[in-house]
Design a protein around this ligand. Structure first.
Ligand SMILES: [Mn+2]
Length: 318
């Protein structure tokens, strides 16, 4: 067992009351790791509070314990330790959770994540859920179906259902172990991908109608106006994954999703393939991110921003 893992196991044994949280605007891994650790620690006889600044998105409400995730820590007595999962940066928890306990334990797989009194970072891990799986095993816990379900959801979510490059042998091995515990892969896939609210599909049909493919085929985009939200009754969170549609066009190297957030403000999400650095482009536009996934907010009407970014991409790619 690694030194840092031994130290976390020691903290778990020594403590009685724990706070478990992850980044705000949580994805499947953030929620899956949170609930997996919460239920695991409880099975070890500990008292656990789970917290997320934005709560649990509807998609993940089927998970055991989802209804127990708090969005407010007011009136909570202090904890023996706080676990921050999958956060990348402490500020992404959206609440000063570090002040809640004498020990801050960071468990993460995001490159550069280095905060915490104890920092268990493994950028090779496909998901934070995999790290929680390793930790619970290190605690000699016998996992049950309730613990397996959120961990499997985290794994599925961060590997794009075992399609992304991070789908390494350990991801498949842990997935296999969790299925062995009774996971029904179809039930989880159905809950995650085939239980979409009708408003999201109506919004998607309008957004897809805006598909733009550059004449040279190297970049593509879709856009969403505020009017579309109003017409379909969809929520901003329903746009999750929309950028994957222009990205899926054959030959496209940069995909963009333009989302109008105010009359004169547009949120832009970039995805790129291979060596094309959209992080640099986003930075120039006042935003940030990584080489292959980045974003920015730009002031201007939707039409004006779309035209401007298309011409910047023409330059970048030629
Ligand atoms: Mn993750």
């Amino acid at each position: 067992m690694s030194r840092v893992m031994t130290e976390i196991v020691r903290q778990i044994k020594a403590g009685q009351r724990f706070l478990v949280c992850a980044h705000a605007s949580p994805d499947g891994d953030a929620i899956g790791a949170t609930l997996g650790l919460m239920l695991g620690l409880e099975k070890l006889g500990k008292q656990v509070v789970a917290y997320n600044a934005d709560g649990v998105p509807d998609t993940f409400r089927f998970l055991p314990g989802a209804d127990r995730v708090l969005t407010d820590l007011e009136d909570q007595p202090d904890f023996d330790a706080v676990f921050v999962l999958d956060a990348g940066d402490l500020s992404r928890t959206g609440d000063p959770v570090a002040e809640r306990a004498p020990v801050l334990i960071n468990i993460d797989h995001h490159p550069g994540s280095d905060f915490g009194d104890i920092c268990y970072l493994d950028t090779e891990a496909a998901a934070t859920a995999v790290l929680i799986y390793r930790l619970l095993k290190a605690c000699d816990l016998t996992l049950d179906l309730d613990i397996a379900l959120p961990l499997y959801t985290g794994l599925l979510s961060d590997t794009g259902s075992f399609r992304y490059a991070n789908s390494n042998p350990e991801a498949f091995a842990v997935g296999g172990q969790l299925v062995e515990l009774g996971i029904d892969p179809w039930q989880v896939a159905s809950a995650l991908y085939e239980s979409q609210p009708p408003e999201r599909m109506r919004l998607l049909s309008q957004v897809l109608a805006t598909l733009y493919i550059a004449p040279d085929g190297k970049h593509a985009s879709v856009s969403m106006s505020l009017e579309m939200l109003e017409e379909t009754g969809a929520l901003p969170e329903h746009t999750d994954g929309f950028v994957n549609y222009p990205r899926a066009v054959s030959g496209v190297e940069v995909a963009v999703f333009f989302r109008q957030v105010e009359t004169e403000k547009v949120k832009i999400g970039f995805r790129s393939r291979g060596n094309i650095d959209v992080g640099g482009l986003a930075k120039k536009l006042g935003g940030g991110g990584h080489k292959n996934a980045a974003g920015a907010h730009i002031d201007g009407t939707l039409d004006a921003v779309v035209t401007e970014v298309h011409s910047l991409l023409d330059q970048l790619l030629n």
